[in-house]
Design a protein. Structure first.
Length: 369
C-alpha cells in the first residue's frame, strides 16, 4: 500500500469510529479516540473494566498518527521543540499542586526557618500552573484547582498532590507497522459480516407497488500460493440466492451503489431458492474450479527445489551421523529430522484459501441483470 492509500484507509476508519480529529496534516493526523476505538487500539482492559464497574465517563487517549515520517519529522519538530516535557505534544498541568518543601522527604529546610501553616517553612506557597504561565500565588491555588476539569482519580480516590502530565503517543502508520496491523485487525473484527440494502430511487415511496429486492451472498477470498516464495490474490465473488447466478469482481459493483443498513420502506425481498450455507458451498466450488485452470508450473518448480534441498541435507547428515560416535548419533539424527521438517514446510507447494469477510446485500432487481 502507498502512503496515500494508507492515509485514506486510516482516516476512513477514524471517521467511521466517530473519533475527534484535532489536527489534520498531509503527513500526520492528531486524533482523540472514541470509546470504541480506544478499546480496540490502546490495550487498556483494566481501565475499561474500571469504567464499567464505576459507571464513570471514559477519558479516551489522544494519538498522533504519522503517515510520512520524513515530512512529519520537520513539521512536528518545529511545532513542538524539544525544550522539555512541557513543550511536547500533550504536555501541561492536568492538576494543581502546592509546592511545599517540607512535604518532600529528604529535602533540608533553610536554616532558621520554621514551619508555618499554609506557607510551609516560612517560604511563600506557590501553585503549579500550565507550562509557559507564571506561578499562582498562595490563596488562589484552590480557585485554580476548582477551574481544572474533574478527573476519575480525583472523583474516586481524592486529590493527588503531584502534577499530572498527559502524554500524546506518536506512532508511525506505514505499511508493515504495528499500529497499522492493529487497525487492520480491528477492521477485520468488526467487518467480518454485514447486511446492507441498496437505497431505492427517489420517489419510490409514492409508487403504487413495492419494489422487488434480490439477495446476494458476497465473500472476499484471499488465495495464497505458497512455497519458498509467496503470491496472494483477492477474489470478490457473489451469488444471487434466487437464481444461483455468480458474479466476479463484486467489490467494484459495490463502489457504485449507495447502501444503507436499514430496511427501506415500500420494498419486498424476493424469496431465496438456496440457503446461505448452500450458496457459500457453491462459491467455494466455483473458486476451486477456477484455480484448477491456473498454470501450476510454479508448484512443479517448487517441488524440484524441495527434492534438491532434501538430497543436499541427506548427504550432509548421513556422512555426519556415520562419522559420529555412538552417543552422539541420536542428537544428529534428531537434528536431521528437524531439518527435514523445516525444508518440507518451506518448499512444499500449497494453496491456502481463507475468507476475509462476507456480507448479504439486497439490490433492486431491475437494476441488476
Amino acid at each position: 500500500m502507498k502512503t496515500g492509500e494508507i492515509q485514506q484507509f486510516v482516516m476512513r476508519y477514524l471517521e467511521t469510529e466517530q473519533c475527534q480529529i484535532i489536527e489534520k496534516h498531509p503527513a500526520y493526523v492528531t486524533v482523540k479516540l472514541s470509546p470504541s476505538a480506544d478499546r480496540a487500539l490502546t490495550n487498556r482492559p483494566y481501565y475499561w473494566s474500571f469504567v464499567e464497574r464505576t459507571g464513570a465517563a471514559p477519558e479516551t487517549m489522544t494519538f498522533t498518527l504519522v503517515f510520512d515520517p520524513d515530512k512529519a519529522k520537520d513539521v512536528l519538530a518545529a511545532k513542538y521543540p524539544q525544550a522539555g516535557a512541557a513543550s511536547m505534544p500533550g504536555a501541561g498541568a492536568a492538576g494543581v499542586y502546592t509546592a511545599n518543601p517540607s512535604a518532600a522527604p529528604g529535602v533540608p529546610m533553610p536554616s532558621g526557618s520554621q514551619s508555618q501553616p499554609g506557607g510551609g517553612n516560612g517560604l511563600p506557597s506557590v501553585s503549579a500552573s500550565p507550562a509557559g504561565s507564571e506561578p499562582v500565588p498562595d490563596g488562589s491555588a484552590e480557585q485554580a484547582q476548582s477551574s481544572q476539569p474533574d478527573s476519575i482519580l480525583g472523583r474516586y480516590f481524592g486529590f493527588v498532590p503531584t502534577p499530572v502530565v498527559s502524554r500524546m503517543p506518536r506512532d508511525d502508520v506505514t505499511f508493515g507497522s504495528r499500529r497499522l496491523e492493529q487497525i487492520f485487525d480491528a477492521v477485520k473484527a468488526k467487518g467480518k459480516y454485514v447486511r446492507l440494502f441498496e437505497e431505492p430511487p427517489q420517489g419510490h415511496r409514492s409508487a403504487p407497488a413495492s419494489l422487488p429486492y434480490d439477495s446476494w451472498l458476497h465473500a472476499n477470498y484471499l488465495v495464497e500460493f505458497a512455497c519458498d516464495m509467496k503470491r496472494t490474490e483477492l477474489h470478490s465473488l457473489a451469488i444471487r440466492l434466487s437464481t444461483g447466478e455468480i458474479k466476479e469482481d463484486f467489490d467494484e459493483l459495490l463502489d457504485n451503489v449507495k447502501l444503507t443498513p436499514r430496511l427501506p420502506a415500500n420494498i419486498h425481498i424476493i424469496p431465496d431458492k438456496m440457503s446461505l450455507s448452500h450458496g457459500s458451498s457453491v462459491l467455494e466450488r466455483y473458486l476451486e474450479n477456477r484455480l484448477k485452470d491456473y498454470d501450476h508450473r510454479w508448484a512443479e518448480e517448487a517441488h524440484d527445489r524441495l527434492l534438491e534441498e532434501l538430497e543436499r541435507i541427506r548427504l550432509y547428515y548421513e556422512s555426519l551421523i556415520k562419522a559420529a560416535e555412538d552417543d552422539k548419533k541420536p542428537d544428529f539424527e534428531g537434528q536431521y529430522r528437524n531439518r527435514q521438517a523445516e525444508i518440507e514446510w518451506q518448499y512444499r507447494p500449497r494453496v491456502h484459501i481463507s475468507v476475509i469477510n462476507c456480507g448479504l446485500f439486497h439490490f433492486h432487481t431491475p437494476q441488476r441483470p
